[in-house]
Design a binder for this molecule. Structure first.
Ligand code: SAH
Length: 349
């Protein structure tokens, strides 16, 4: 695994040897390094995610899963993609335990440092480098919060000569910078963008689409449900959404590979299409995170917690607002659900 200290050298050497590389390759290497050797969460880190804002988030996810599982009956395993510190899993397990459900926990996680934090919270978890080694003989309840936004994206730019993939070059004066590739890429761009203006950018993630299709195939074959939560848009992107966040501020995505979190908005229409392409899978959403959390009971949970902890009333009210208000995480974040054979649709979608 590359660390942030050497990924910059590795990327320079790779570009010197092979010429400019696709943005997707740059992003994959930079993010692997970024997550490999530090914990990016929390006040002191680079960003805060919904499970870190409040226990209510993971608890409500757990209740939604419990509801599906009780209706489906039989056995099931909990799978989380990119569990971060493991906070959401712990909160979800608490909800499931309240209705006497105790699934085996599987984590898909590449970062050694985050695996160590997850092991402190859920020592019995089983870790995977990718989804291929997940069990095949049990329905899977799969949750991914802020995972798809870290998947590498490809970008294409309309030039005078037609559509070209955007590549990353390097020199000592400009550092890393993008440049249109040599190859014609008309066939990788949707028909309605063929005649777009020069300098228009089309962005997509073939990694995210393939992952979604592979997960949907698992649901079709084994049963189970999938809940994807991320920030993004219902319809196809308007251009370049690649961004870097370092210490809670936006940074140049190419300036410091491995030192900032590189993400792109998630194209939920592409994910939805990918899941729907698998026969037997029921897909619902995306709906705004705020609407979904209200539909599955955040107000009730906030009231219960406030009654039990009157001293935390203001903190709980602020956390609830942060998760559901349209000006905060409520409408930028979306929720997409998919269900396999014999499993109900995700509640609230
Ligand atoms: N779900 C958590 C963390 C989100 S950050 C939360 O909401 O707080 C992204 C997570 O995905 C981290 O745990 C990171 O290490 C992991 N990750 C990123 N790219 C990955 C990949 N390609 N394979 C597996 N895990 C990955």
């Amino acid at each position: 695994m590359l660390t942030q200290h050497i990924v910059e050298d590795e990327l320079q050497a790779l570009i010197a040897k092979e010429g400019p590389i696709p943005i997707s390759r740059f992003m994959a290497m930079a993010n692997a390094a970024y997550y490999s050797d530090h914990d990016p969460f929390g006040i002191k880190g680079d960003f805060i995610t919904a499970p870190e804002v409040s226990q209510m988030f993971g608890e409500l996810i757990g209740l939604a899963l419990a509801d599906c599982w009780k209706q489906a009956g039989g056995d099931a395993a909990y799978v989380e993609l990119g569990p971060g510190r493991g906070t959401m899993a712990v909160d979800a397990m608490r909800s499931l335990a309240m209705v006497d459900l105790e699934p085996l926990v599987h984590f898909v996680e590449t970062s050694a440092i985050l695996r160590a934090s997850q092991a402190e919270l859920i020592p019995a978890a089983i870790w995977h480098d990718d989804i291929s080694s997940l069990p095949t003989d049990v329905p899977l309840m799969i949750v991914a919060n802020e995972f798809f936004d870290a998947m590498p994206v490809e970008q294409y730019v309309k030039t005078m000569m037609g559509w070209r993939e955007l590549m990353v070059r390097h020199d000592d004066i400009d550092g890393f910078a993008t440049v249109p590739g040599q190859e014609a890429c008309e066939d990788r761009v949707p028909d309605d963008l063929r005649d777009a203006h020069t300098a228009s950018v089309y962005e997509q993630s073939s990694t995210a689409r393939k992952l979604m299709r592979d997960l949907a195939k698992r649901l079709a074959a084994q049963g189970g449900v999938l809940i994807v939560i991320d920030y993004g848009y219902h319809d196809r992107a308007a251009g370049d959404t690649l961004q870097a966040v370092h210490a809670h501020a936006y940074a140049d995505p190419f300036a410091r590979p491995g030192r900032s979190d590189l993400t792109a908005h998630v194209d939920f229409s592409a994910l939805k299409q990918a899941a729907q392409s698998v026969r037997g899978v029921k897909v619902r959403g995306p709906v705004d995170q705020g609407d979904w959390l209200v539909a599955i009971g955040i107000d009730l949970r906030a009231d219960q917690l406030t009654r039990a902890n009157p001293g935390r009333a203001a903190e709980l009210a602020a956390a609830r607002m942060r998760l559901i208000h349209p000006d905060q995480m409520g409408s930028l974040f979306k929720v997409l659900g998919a269900s396999g054979v014999g499993w109900p649709v995700v509640p609230g979608l």
